[in-house]
Design a protein around this ligand. Structure first.
Ligand SMILES: Nc1ncnc2c1ncn2[C@@H]1O[C@H](COP(=O)(O)OP(=O)(O)OP(=O)(O)O)[C@@H](O)[C@H]1O
Length: 717
């Protein structure tokens, strides 16, 4: 026991050894909460003898789950790392075991954005919609909003309605939004597909309706731990509240200053009010920072201190002094990029490898000038995100090959039936689609039933079906990595890439094989093809990381939970960071937390920069208020902005936020709220337009609705 606890400080040790009941850890950035979590897991297993499969450890991303599994494996030496997963990943496990309760097959499909888009494509074609009706991304958002907010009971339709009834609902839908929504539910049900929202909703539904299943999971999960609790949302909170109910051992860790997903439904109140919701909670505070120099922490503390709505706390440094935090005011974005490149070269000359440097930014578009400067100076770099690894064509194709073996589903069929070319082009595909529609079968079945038809003469339909059948007959029990290599070879897919000389695509496939192999060897339990496919559908961009000596470029959101020796935070201008979309006090505080997350990623060196000039729309670029927040005491300017600009910036900041509603309640008169206007009299709020900062109000004495700016106070009736 001594060994395990030795690398921990007092607060961490307390967090690790307080195993029973509800424990809340408020942990500052870089205070070692990931370490505390993994050690706690190991403590439960090694010292208390808890079976890993009876522990649930929830992380925020798949990447952090993988990292956590690696750490736990190192500490316990056990391949079985229990349920270390995201909430969505855990729900996949639940449903794989118990979705028979909602008459879904074990091999349901987990849908990712590309799958959803493929379904939307079918719906749009079928019903004559175009992107002018709604872009795919707007359609995805609309579907999500309907599922989460407007029609939270939608899943009952999916579960209880027959496919025919759902189809009728879709056929009868008239508005574009309804067509898309019901079309999507129909498509989902047709292929037993579940998107991320469904995973949680279905699990909750099963737990609610089936006491025996709920009790089984509650009993199994003797200890539950949740990381990044500041960004938990309502559905996840509900799920946690159910799972906790039997053994009542719940351990949560979070940092209220790092809440950055409010826009996606996260609510920090679950962390702050946890002790009220779970009486008897022990709270442990971890504020000793092991990541950053005192100089970096002083800047981060000074920044976050400007947030009004927060629990007062400061990160305490434990490391020795380092270099001052450098701040640079450049004449233009181009000059800003070149300044960064110069600093990187200087670091490199001091022996710092490029891979130890990261450029963080608020929004993707900022990277253009940075990239130009890096290219010009021959500094190698890699952008995280952009085209995500798992969204690349060759990766999606390869996964579709795996998927068609297991599921013979339409989405995969459409993707790879004619890749490589088998002469199954548009015309034959349309024929299969029609056949499948009239017979109510899948495209693959349609092909098998009709491949002797004259239409398929001269095609490789038969070879394709033979390929799928031969793999389908023998994939069970074979390692997934082996199946993948074999099908990429036998299908001729890799051969085409070799002929084309697409080395990069081949490299990516090699990377994929490696990823599958690693998953198999680290996962603990036996990995079936279905398991792997569900796992991979949950993967996000940050998951495939090349390890070359390159500067890393990424958004601050993508940097959450990571650390880098040297951080360059660029584009610190009003309108960029903070974003121009910020229009309320709350949103500004979230933006400041985001900047705090950025600063606290740095271990040894932190470089902040801003550029003079104009925005796209011709507006003046002012330095970011976050720089002013930190103040000159904690920053070393190597080229300060002129005093006149700083004064103008202060005026701009004051003016631009003058009319912000300062409390959430003031802006959110809900639709339907009765209000009184000093001149127009009484009326009803119909909507709030955040872009225009105004309400739409139907006044009783007027025929048409009016838009009334937030500047004018309406009185609630
Ligand atoms: N007790 C300790 N002694 C020495 N180093 C530690 C200790 N605890 C953590 N560290 C180191 O401090 C760094 C930060 O730890 P970790 O990544 O666990 O922080 P975190 O709290 O999860 O950070 P964040 O919330 O900012 O993402 C790591 O490099 C870790 O190895």
């Amino acid at each position: 026991m001594m060994d395990l606890l030795q690398g921990l400080n007092d607060a961490q040790r307390q967090a690790v050894t307080t195993t029973e009941g509800c424990v809340r850890v408020i942990a500052g950035a870089g205070s070692g909460k990931t370490r505390a979590l993994s050690y706690r897991f190991a403590f439960l297993v090694n010292e208390l003898g808890i079976v890993p499969g009876h522990i649930l450890c929830v992380t925020f991303t798949n990447k952090s789950a993988a990292e956590m599994r690696r750490r736990i494996h190192n500490l316990t030496g056990d391949n079985d790392t229990g349920y270390v997963n995201t909430f969505h990943g855990f729900c996949v496990s639940v449903l794989q075991e118990d979705c028979h309760a909602v008459q879904y097959p074990k091999n349901f499909l987990v849908l990712d954005n590309a799958d959803i888009d493929a379904m939307l494509q079918m719906i749009y074609e079928e019903r004559g919609l175009t992107l002018r009706n709604m872009t795919f991304s707007a359609a995805r958002d609309m579907i999500e909003m309907r599922k989460l907010v407007h029609e939270p009971e939608y899943y009952a339709d999916m579960i209880t309605m027959s496919l025919e009834r759902l189809k009728r609902k879709y056929d009868e839908a008239a508005s574009a939004a309804d067509i898309i929504f019901y079309g999507y539910l129909y498509q989902e049900k047709k292929c037993f597909g579940l998107d991320y929202n469904d995973l949680i909703k279905f699990s909750l539904y099963i737990f609610k309706e089936h006491d025996d299943i709920r009790l089984k999971w509650q009993r199994r999960l003797e200890y539950i731990m949740i990381d990044e609790f500041q960004d938990i949302d309502l559905l996840q909170y509900e799920l946690m509240s159910v799972l906790w109910g039997y053994h009542k051992n719940l351990f949560i860790v979070g940092d209220p200053d790092q809440t950055i997903y409010t826009w996606r439904g996260a609510n920090v109140k679950y962390l702050l009010e946890f002790d009220k919701a779970f009486p008897g909670t022990k709270t442990i505070v971890m504020m000793d920072n092991y990541r950053s120099t005192p100089q970096i922490l002083a800047a981060a503390n000074a920044l976050i201190d400007n947030n009004v709505c927060r629990m007062a706390k400061s990160l305490r440094p434990t490391l020795p002094d380092g270099d001052a935090v450098v701040c640079h005011f450049a004449e233009s974005p181009q000059a800003e990029g070149l300044w960064m490149a110069g600093r990187m070269k200087a670091l490199r000359e001091r022996g710092v490898p490029y891979k130890d440097m990261a450029v963080l930014y608020r929004a993707h578009y900022v990277t253009r000038t940075v990239e130009e400067a890096l290219l010009k100076e021959h500094i190698p770099y890699v952008i995280y995100s952009g085209v995500q690894f798992f969204s690349r064509k060759e990766i999606k194709d390869a996964l579709s090959y795996l998927r068609i073996i297991a599921y013979k589903d339409d989405l995969s069929f459409r993707r790879i039936a004619n890749v490589p070319k088998r002469n199954l082009g548009k015309r034959r595909m349309a024929f299969l689609q029609e056949y499948a529609d009239t017979r109510g079968c899948s495209l693959y079945e349609a092909l098998v039933e009709t491949m002797d038809d004259g239409l398929f003469k001269g095609t490789k339909a038969r070879q394709f079906a033979a390929l799928v059948e031969s793999f389908a007959a023998e994939y069970e029990g074979r390692p997934v990595s082996e199946v993948l290599s074999a099908i990429l070879d036998t299908s001729g897919y890799e051969k085409v890439l070799r002929t084309e000389g697409s080395q990069e695509r081949l490299d990516n496939l090699a990377e994929l094989k490696q990823a599958v192999y690693e998953y198999e060897t680290t996962c603990g339990e036996e990995v079936t093809l279905e398991h792997y496919l569900s796992h991979v559908a949950l993967l996000t961009n940050a998951d495939a990381a090349p390890d070359d000596d390159k500067v890393k470029l990424m958004t601050v959101h993508a940097a959450k939970g990571l650390e880098f020796p040297y951080v360059f935070l660029c584009g610190l201008n009003e309108g960029i960071f903070p974003s121009r979309k910020v229009r309320t006090m709350q949103a500004m505080e979230e933006e400041r937390r985001l900047a705090f997350v950025a600063l606290t990623r740095a271990e040894r060196g932190l470089y902040l920069s801003e550029a003079d000039g104009q925005h796209f729309d011709g507006a003046v670029r002012y330095p970011s208020r976050f720089i002013l927040d930190m103040g000159p005491d904690v920053l070393a300017y190597d080229n300060p902005p002129p005093d006149s600009l700083v004064r103008a910036t202060r005026d701009y900041i004051e003016y631009s936020s003058k009319y912000w509603p300062d409390r959430e309640g003031e802006r959110t008169f809900a639709s339907g709220q009765r209000v009184r206007h000093a001149v127009f009299g009484e009326g009803t709020v119909i909507d709030a337009d955040m872009d225009r900062q105004a309400y739409v109000v139907q006044f009783d004495a007027m025929d048409t609705a009016r838009m009334i700016s937030f500047r004018v106070k309406l009185k609630a009736l």
